[in-house]
Design a protein around this ligand. Structure first.
Ligand code: NIG
Ligand code: FE
Length: 420
């Protein structure tokens, strides 16, 4: 008889497969096999087709440890120059995020630092942050541009994002966020900047193959519905999917707008009405919840979780890692905050950083443990899925596998502050 010969087999695993929402779909006393970068077999140990030692080149018992799919952070601004610790201090002393933005700080302050950073410095500090997320179990990462606001620096950000993916061997998906803030040199020429983004920057970066999606900041302090629509029209012409920062600080009904374009996701959503939710449900647009920004900006208005549930809109959870509103370097913490601050159940929050996050990026080959899926998975120092939301801080990762290969603990556990 020809028995399968897999690359790697993990035994005695507690497998949270996420195959069937809303539960985590746990298989106790499980086994999972990886071969050529994919999941080749998954099930109960007792159902393995032969003695384990005959089945794989490497066989490892993990003593009941929890295994999940590699986590997916579907909304980050991880590539940026400098930091905004000074604004953190000012906000602690009473200044608001909007006041700082209107006074020339906020996003525009990071634009200055990002433009001034050379490619190598930008890469080194951003890579360090990506390593930290990876050390906490993230194997797929979305990174937005939007701190360049001119072609050259937007390109550099996207190239750095792609380079991080190659270096760490993880998947990085890039989104173009040219409509993030109005650059100071266009203060009196708003329409010209929107034209530059839509008619020149977006087509150029798309032609260079640097984009997976297009995003915008649709807010009172950002860009209007009309400006966003113009961007989406161009994205559609170029065949790129769209997503949107919508309803973070004001309600411009951005969720309905992005749903009109069958967008991948609407993100933030503290200001969101039922009609927007219905539009999202009809379009299959994912709601991306960003509790790190809610927490850091001391927001009090909650996203309408009960209505999102009622209309069965899939909810993803992400870090929104950025220097201003969410300097957050743990996706597991974002999931915990989604439970505590937004009252998601742990199972909902965990679907939010696996299956629903994959969907928010348009990816179908990950987010669950199932045969044929990419073998990105995490072995945790935990025994039940809810623990990943329950523990606040601490290193729970025992091992990360990316495409079936174990990521050396040494290479991922370097402190993010020391990388440059
Ligand atoms: O998602 N609001 C737009 N973008 C980020 C904030 C960026 C920043 O403050 O630098 C967000 O919260
Ligand atoms: Fe964001």
């Amino acid at each position: 008889m020809n028995l399968p010969r897999w690359d790697r087999l993990l035994l005695n695993a507690t497998l949270a497969t996420f195959a069937d929402a809303p539960s985590c779909s746990v298989i106790e006393h499980g086994a999972i096999a990886m071969h050529h970068g994919r999941i080749a077999w998954i099930g109960r140990m007792g159902d393995l087709p032969a003695a384990p030692a005959t089945l794989a080149t490497s066989v490892l018992s993990i003593d009941g440890a929890l295994v999940t799919p590699g986590l997916i952070d579907c909304h980050t601004h991880l590539v940026f120059g400098g930091d905004r610790v000074h604004e953190f201090d000012l906000r602690a002393n009473g200044a608001s995020y909007e006041e700082l933005a209107r006074a020339g700080g906020g996003i525009v302050a990071t634009v200055k630092a990002t433009r001034e950073a050379g490619e190598d410095a930008l890469y080194a500090q951003s890579l360090a942050r990506a390593r930290t997320l990876l050390a906490d179990g993230v194997t797929t990462l979305e990174i937005k541009s939007g701190y360049g606001l001119e072609l050259e620096t937007e390109r550099r950000m996207l190239q750095v994002a792609r380079r991080i993916g190659r270096k760490l061997g993880i998947t990085v998906r890039t989104s173009f966020l040219g409509l993030h803030a109005l650059p100071p040199e266009y203060r009196e020429r708003r329409a010209d900047y929107v034209s530059l983004v839509c008619d020149e920057m977006l087509p150029a970066l798309a032609a260079e193959g640097l984009l997976d999606a297009v995003d915008a900041f649709c807010e009172d302090i950002g860009f209007s519905r009309e400006e966003t629509r113009r961007l989406f029209e161009q994205a559609q012409r170029l065949g790129l999917p769209v997503k949107l920062h919508a309803g973070q600080l004001s309600d411009l009904d951005g969720a309905a707008l992005v749903a009109e374009y069958r967008g991948l996701s609407a993100d933030h959503l503290e200001h969101l009405g039922e009609s927007g939710i219905q539009a999202m449900a009809a379009a299959g647009t994912v709601a991306v919840l960003l509790p790190g920004a809610f927490y850091a900006l001391r927001e009090t208005r909650l996203p309408p979780i009960e209505l999102l549930r009622k209309h069965r809109v899939p909810m993803a959870v992400a870090t929104d890692c950025n220097p201003g509103s969410s300097p957050m370097l743990s996706l597991r913490l974002a999931a915990g905050m989604a439970c505590t601050l937004f009252r998601l159940t742990p199972a909902e929050a965990l679907h939010g950083i696996t299956t629903h996050a994959a969907r928010a990026l348009g990816l179908t080959d990950r987010g669950t443990l199932a045969v044929g899926q990419i073998a990105d998975l995490v072995v945790w120092n935990a025994r039940q899925p809810a623990e990943l939301c329950y523990w606040i801080g601490g290193g729970l990762v025992r091992e990360v596998y990316v495409c079936g290969e174990s990521v050396s603990r040494r290479s991922v556990s370097r402190c993010w502050r020391n990388a440059s």
